[in-house]
Design a protein around this ligand. Structure first.
Ligand code: ADP
Length: 390
């Protein structure tokens, strides 16, 4: 019984899933270590949702990501049957050249470390478990799956910023992110609606990180995310698109330092900053306060504007797809966003939307509207198997 471990390491949590390699990929367990370095807690559930473990650890036992990786490894070795044949990692940044996942060796790890300044809150954490495993189990294949890779087929013209061109060569360009999610959705649409999947599609990945992607013939042609995961839509705590003049003003007139600015833009902005209440759409929907209303109105407004821009990039729209936490779970938000798409001929069916059907557009809608749950972990597991099989 061969298994694949999928790892998604963040700043204070390590999420993981184990897949059984059978005729199709089958999820066995799913878990996370949270509160790394503060109040470590390990939870693991079976694929059916049954809790297998839920345990607190002293801070000293799990001070950092390598320790969390060790904890997960021990649990899996003791409690999980099967032979681990490879580990697939979510790596946010693959730089300008990686258009597909890659097997990790010391050389690739050094290359990926160079991209840490491009994704300071994610890349170092993504690489930490890879480094540990490479040292401890060099024979175990590790595959890095990049959030940027799916967007590397863009026309290079679209990935420029209008600053002197040598900066593009230095790596200051629009990379786009959430690529594993968009790749999964593109594949899933191929099963659900084969004819439409080859057409002009806008996918809205609306979670605590949020972005939109224009797909044509199943590939990405445009994304709202750019050089970093700050661009495009406002997110839970990130600002989204902002006039760079605002940053100059804050640096020059408020005397802000770069770390203060980074904190403001990544952690204190978006829905949280606008509302002054919460970064969670559920809290904002439940609130009567003016801040909550402002934040949601602004979020919906910006999604509408960006949908227009991506529709222009595609020269029309055949389908619109909602995915991720907000897109998959909130009929109220889908209804509000769909209102902004009526000009392009996209109309929601209220009953289908409330029921959370796969197809939520009305029969007379010119544009199909879908709700497709994303599965980045399954995408990583598939890539990992494909690469080691090759
Ligand atoms: P990520 O993986 O980026 O952390 P998710 O895709 O899990 O995020 O989305 C998390 C967000 O989804 C939450 O912050 C919350 O705002 C939103 N969300 C989840 N469930 C609902 C719901 N039922 N209604 C509205 N928003 C929801």
């Amino acid at each position: 019984m061969d298994t694949i471990l999928v790892v998604n390491a963040g700043s204070s949590s390590l999420k993981f899933e184990v897949f059984l390699v059978a005729s199709s990929m089958q999820r066995l367990v799913k878990g996370q270590v949270e509160g790394i370095g503060t109040a470590p807690h390990l939870t693991i559930k079976s694929a059916g949702g049954e809790r297998l473990t839920s345990e607190n650890y002293p801070l000293e036992a799990v001070p950092d990501l390598p320790a969390a990786m060790r904890l997960v490894g021990e649990w899996l070795r003791e409690r999980q049957d099967g032979r681990l044949i490879a580990v697939g990692h979510r790596v946010v940044h693959g730089g300008p050249n990686h258009s597909r996942p890659a097997r990790v060796n010391a050389e690739l790890l050094r290359e990926l470390e160079q991209y840490a300044p491009l994704a300071p809150l994610h890349q170092p954490n993504n690489l930490a478990p890879i480094r540990v495993l490479l040292e401890r189990q060099p024979q175990l294949p590790q595959i890095a799956c990049f959030d940027t890779a799916f967007h590397r087929g863009h026309d290079p013209m679209t990935d420029h910023y209008a600053i002197p061109a040598h900066y593009f060569d230095e790596g200051i360009r629009r990379y786009g992110f959430h690529g594993l999610s968009y790749e999964y959705i593109a594949g899933k649409l191929g099963e659900i609606a084969p004819a439409i999947s080859k057409g002009r599609i806008v996918v809205a990945h609306l979670g605590s990180g949020a972005s939109m992607c224009a797909l044509y013939r199943g590939g990405s042609v445009e994304s709202t995310l750019g050089f970093t995961a700050l661009d495009g839509l406002p997110m839970g705590t990130r600002c989204g698109q902002i006039d760079p003049g605002v940053l100059l003003y804050l640096l020059q007139q408020h005397g802000m330092t770069a770390p203060q600015l980074q904190d403001l833009l990544y952690k204190e902005s978006g829905l949280k900053g606008l509302s002054g209440i919460s970064n969670d759409v559920r809290d904002l929907l439940a609130s009567d306060e003016a801040g909550a209303r402002l934040a949601l109105d602004h979020f919906v407004h910006r999604i509408g504007l960006n949908a227009g821009a991506l529709t222009a990039a595609l020269g029309g729209l055949d389908a619109f797809v909602f995915t991720a936490g907000i897109g998959e779970n909130s009929p109220a938000m889908r209804a509000r966003i769909a209102k902004k798409l009526e000009w392009v001929g996209a109309f929601l069916d209220q009953a289908r939307n409330e029921a959370g059907d796969l197809l939520v557009s009305s029969d007379d809608s010119k544009v199909a509207i879908y709700v497709v749950p994303t599965d980045e972990e399954l995408m990583i597991a598939r890539h990992t198997l494909a690469l080691i099989a090759a």
